[in-house]
Design a protein around this ligand. Sequence first.
Ligand SMILES: [Zn+2]
Length: 355
Amino acid sequence: MLLAMMLGWVLMQPGALATAQRCECHLDQSHVELVRERMRLGVYDSGSITRPTEFMVVQVKWHVLTDTSGNASIDATTLDDYLVRLSQAFAPAGIEFCADPEIDFISDNTLFANVQNTYELRTLNSTEDAIDVYWCPSVQGGGLCGSSSYTFSPVQGVVMQTSCQGAKDVSGVLIHEIGHYFDLFHTHELNWGFDCPNGTLCSEVGDLVCDTAPSRNMLFETCVDPTDCSLRTDESSCIEGYPEPLCDGSPFLESETRNFMSYSPVHCLLEFTPGQYDRMNATYWNLRPELQAGECSQVDRCPADLTEDGLVNGGDIAVILTQWGTEDDQADLDGSGTVNGADLAVMLNSWGLCW
Ligand SMILES: [Zn+2]
């Protein structure tokens, strides 16, 4: 009994600490030092990287919690939509995302009801060369919108709650968490010190990105006007309880309220800066080699192009006819076990140029 109580206490601690947080993306002091050293060494500097002209394609692996009755926390259509918006948000960095077509459904009534320990969850069916994203109806009693890892985190992966502070569309939160995965920090980050409005240390304090506005650590729910995502100037409504930076009194008029890496209302998460795109690039090339080995680039975007000439045309029909009635894996486009008229129909549906 005592052991059970003690165990319960230990397990409760992360949740108890995190309920006041929107995003579980804690930095240890050793990580703070590591990042500072990386900044000094230029690891996060993308200037020397020669980017290819084509997009880098990063693979995402969806893990979806279900209950034992088969109710899923999120549907495939919504995931497809979120993936498109994730790619749109990262496109200026030359990064796009594809999803492993096989969704990993995790059937567990207890986890479906509530995920208390996001680190344990991220050990379930995790992959090596994709970003593991776990979808849950409730994380830490509903108090946590998302959880992510940095390049230096001991446990990798992203945990997403399917709603966030009343918002049903959480694509902005997903983009925020994947931002952390590429070592972007909150625009109101305090671990490296305050980024003062009149400061000149933008690469050493705050979020360590120079073109994001110095941002106060504020109560975004009341500081940001949800109708236009602007910063409220009524100081008393939003500052209480939040420590103000020790600047010289200059007001934080430019605080980020539309940046994906802020804590603005979810519908206000709309943009990254060029400096943040640079960080994503540097992280991808210098610190995330596993993502470069992902299988997305090897995904067959055009299975009906049997001759692999970039076109679905008469040459491919000829292959179908040659294999007619056989069990040929490649020509059996609908996976029915036999090459037949249905495969021809699939082929005609994707007639023309492949991409
Ligand atoms: Zn965050």
